[in-house]
Design a binder for this molecule. Sequence first.
Ligand SMILES: Nc1ncnc2c1ncn2[C@@H]1O[C@H](COP(=O)(O)OP(=O)(O)O)[C@@H](O)[C@H]1O
Ligand SMILES: [Mg+2]
Length: 431
Amino acid sequence: MITFDEILPALDEVLPSHVGVVSRLERLVVNRDLNGRIRLIAPEAAMQDIALADGLRALAETLAERLKPHAFAPDQMLLYEPDMEEALAGAHVFPVESMEGVLFADRLASEGGWADIAAVSSGAPRVVFFSIKGGVGRSTALAVSAWSLAQAGKRVMVLDLDLKSPGLSSGLLPPARRPAYGITDWLVEDLVDNGDALIADMAATSELAHDGEIYVIPAHGSRPGDYISKLGRVWMPKVRRGKRQSWSQRLGRLLDRLETDYRPDVILIDSRSGIDEVASSCVTDLGAALVLLFAIDGEQTWSGYHILFQYWRQAGVAREIRERLQWVGAMLPETNTEDYFIRLRERSWDLFSDAIYDWVPAGETAGGLWNFDDGDETAPHYPWSIKWHRSFAALASLHDRLAKIDPYEAELFYGRLLRGLDDAVSRGEEE
Ligand SMILES: Nc1ncnc2c1ncn2[C@@H]1O[C@H](COP(=O)(O)OP(=O)(O)O)[C@@H](O)[C@H]1O
Ligand SMILES: [Mg+2]
């Protein structure tokens, strides 16, 4: 008997002893279906070669036994496929490390995968505010960031994608200014080709902006309406011009449309927290130029980020996302701040070194490799710190607080984040 987590190690154990067979195939796919059952898919051409087909059958039989109950019965364990690309369609695909030429095709019931990293979008930089835990001051930081960028004359677009726990827009808009519709309404109307009718009524400008502009796109409109019924449909895919679009692709389409209409200099996205489908869409699918990883020191934070980083490493996509990541030390305590910061930095360095940074062999310099020292302030693991301050704690109204914020305070508590965002926007303008 094995359990789910033992599938990959067991494959690594069995495959090398069948190298003679596997190496003769141009490709072998190990498919893991929705129930977590494994079967092998080999190119149809291999059937013609009797010795090869015998070898494959022996491998399939060994695996059927070794992977039980996470495998098909021996006689159903091996499939031949004329088109190997077809065999990979719709799956999360990554190479099996122990054997060249073998691909693992993983099929998940939920559509949000963390392993498909979209290229950085070509328009205004998209900045995603993500955290493993909720309540770490992420939405507050986003609102302060929007305010600060607008102070500097920028056109800022803010999206509340924390659909299951919306709130950011109320921090930027008083009730009377809220638009009629929100992202949830659009995603539901889009299913019946009615999205366009809402576009003009789903953004409002915040009067907190003085020189620039803050366009707020809320999760729902001024009246949430039957929010739970709408939320239950947001995740629906749609067939459009004969092609299936996942909900996340539909969201991408909305974002492109809003960008065309409002021409922002920067787009700030409040993601959902945790290893969640909406969060994965925000972090990996929307073409973010910068992904801010909010963290407070605590086991839940470390284990959550560990899971995520290891998944990226295993899926072979850490390289695609790593240059966009930035650690944010959230709500640094007022006392023993320095000790706290160092602990946070050391632990984030451990995480990044384990999964994200290139491994530098002893005695070699890091030439050509992507690696940073623990104390390198420009490194993605080096926390951009945000200070805890009582004037932001347990706010009854974030909007009232922001109406009174001054640049000195913003700099004092949020300075590193604000400078980082200025840099990201300037880089976006240069490109
Ligand atoms: N810098 C800060 N210092 C003190 N309290 C804060 C700070 N930022 C946010 N808070 C408070 O922490 C709570 C959670 O903030 P919020 O921004 O909603 O977090 P999240 O979006 O991560 O759930 C709120 O009560 C808020 O007023
Ligand atoms: Mg929030």
